[in-house]
Write a protein that binds this ligand. Structure first.
Ligand SMILES: [Ca+2]
Ligand SMILES: [Ca+2]
Ligand SMILES: [Ca+2]
Ligand SMILES: [Ca+2]
Length: 473
């Protein structure tokens, strides 16, 4: 049975009184993006607080460190395992994003908090406690708060690279396992493993008008096994204040947007943004896209691709480019792993040939399992300009681990109309000639390029008729 479960604002806000929940108001999740099945079902009910730790200079760049609190809820129909130091508890990555100048970028990530016992609180409604105190199960309907102080405790943070976000499976964090984790790098005792953000991405003087987002996600093997893992990320806005004690002060704002990853706020800030939800064999991607006119007559294409929980990961992205379309300014942006994660950070290669604009991870899975794939809990940007407006069409998202490719609905450059095909219907005939004659003479205001001014000289005359006739048919 498939049931949609929405969490009421009133119930959530009225009960937000527990430890670490000082501002844990919440808004309902989006039923279009979160479906709940039977079984245990963990979500993030609130992001209640933020901790600031300071900064370190890495290769000449100031990196600031933070942690976001997370209050989980079990909105499912069974209790959820929360057994410390085993493979049956949640792991919790935190992310930061910025929306600025019409684009959303991921600007920060942490390692994963390893959960260890669950309080039985009532943020998300009526709780049937799994036990007293802090038992090793989260009861049905119950919530469990992790303050930002806990989510920033370095000894409880483990590598993202140890988890399969599709199955939720990771090695038990026994002493034998944690002894294999990379130790905090030299000089990074303040920032290691925590949410790391480049100071320039926060500096208010460089980011006027920017909107910032904190995101927390829970990954859990029981939740995943019950196909309840597409509602596990929630986000909340924050603002950036002054520089104190070596780092900018972050202040959480408004309510937590439950069961929605931060990429959905892009469309709130930029209403023309559209989305394609892509369910791969092993997990979900969300592709956001937008096309806007540039002042020089070309168009700017902006794609943001977020991997929610696919272990296969993204390995390439391509956009069809029709003949006659000129592409400029193609760019790529990723987010850096840190603190000893094994992943390579090499930017994807960009090519434009054979009618395809392609971004490609520089190594295949066979060549390097730790290549810079678009892995769970990350968002990469793909952008370009083209001299043709966007029309609905298929892009392609390549799968890193399998080499497969999945069609993704988006906006792609339109095939240019031939010179003289004024109504752009694929044939040059009397209808086009009639339009040309109707515009005979100087263009309005003398502005070149009016309908029929095929040679762009500011007047519709015999030269333009000649061009049309030479293309006739
Ligand atoms: Ca879930
Ligand atoms: Ca990179
Ligand atoms: Ca025509
Ligand atoms: Ca002309």
């Amino acid at each position: 049975m498939k049931a949609r479960i929405l969490i009421g604002t009133i119930a959530a806000a009225g009960l937000a009184l527990g430890v670490g929940q000082m501002t844990a108001t919440a808004v309902p999740g989006d039923g279009g993006t979160s479906d709940s099945q039977a079984g245990p079902d963990v979500t993030v009910g609130a992001i209640p607080d933020v901790s600031k730790y300071g900064a370190a200079t890495i290769n000449g760049v100031s990196i600031m460190a933070y942690a976001f609190g997370s209050t989980s809820c079990n909105i499912g129909t069974q209790q959820l395992g929360w057994y410390a130091n085993t493979a049956n508890h949640p792991v919790i990555p935190q992310n930061a994003y910025r929306i600025k100048n019409g684009r959303i970028e991921q600007i920060g990530m942490s390692w994963m908090k390893y959960g260890f016992c669950a309080l039985q609180q009532s943020l998300c409604g009526t709780c049937a406690p799994a036990g007293s105190g802090c038992p090793s199960l989260l009861g049905i309907g119950c919530s469990d708060p992790y303050t930002s102080g806990l989510n920033g405790t370095q000894g409880d943070l483990g590598p993202r690279s140890k988890v399969n976000a599709s199955t939720g499976v990771f090695p038990a964090d026994t002493a034998a396992e944690t002894s294999t984790w990379p130790s905090i790098p030299s000089g990074q005792s303040v920032i290691g493993r925590r949410v790391q953000i480049n100071a320039n991405d926060l500096n208010p003087a460089q980011n006027a008008g920017a909107v910032y987002l904190a995101e927390c996600q829970y990954v859990h093997p029981q939740d995943a096994a019950n196909n309840n893992d597409n509602n596990n990320a929630s986000y909340r806005l924050f603002t950036v204040g002054g520089l104190t004690s070596g780092a900018y002060t972050l202040t959480l704002a408004g309510s937590t947007f439950q069961q929605k990853p931060a990429i959905y706020h892009w469309g709130t800030v930029v209403p023309s943004v559209a989305y394609s939800v892509v369910d791969m064999a092993d997990g979900r991607f969300i592709v956001g896209y937008n096309v806007t006119p540039n002042t020089d007559g070309t168009y700017h294409y902006e794609y943001a691709i977020y991997n929610m929980n696919s272990d296969s990961s993204g390995g390439s992205f391509s956009v069809p480019i029709p003949a006659g379309v000129t592409v400029t300014n193609a760019t790529f942006k990723d987010i850096a792993y840190h603190s000893g994660e094994p992943y390579n950070g090499t930017d994807w290669a960009i090519s434009n040939s054979g009618g395809q604009l392609v971004w490609q991870c520089t190594q295949t899975f066979a060549q390097n399992a730790n290549a810079n794939a678009l892995r769970f809990g990350t968002l990469y940007n793909f952008a370009f300009d083209a001299n043709s407006p966007g029309v609905t069409g298929n892009t392609a998202l390549g799968v890193f681990k399998t080499g497969a490719s999945v069609a993704v609905r988006g906006l792609v450059p339109a095939t240019p109309c031939r010179s003289g095909d004024l109504d752009c219907n694929g044939i040059i005939n009397g209808a086009d000639l009639g339009s040309l004659l109707a515009n005979w003479g100087p263009c309005p205001g003398g502005t070149p390029g009016c309908p029929g001014d095929l040679n762009n000289n500011g007047i519709v005359d015999g030269a333009d008729v000649g061009t049309m006739l030479s293309n006739w048919g």
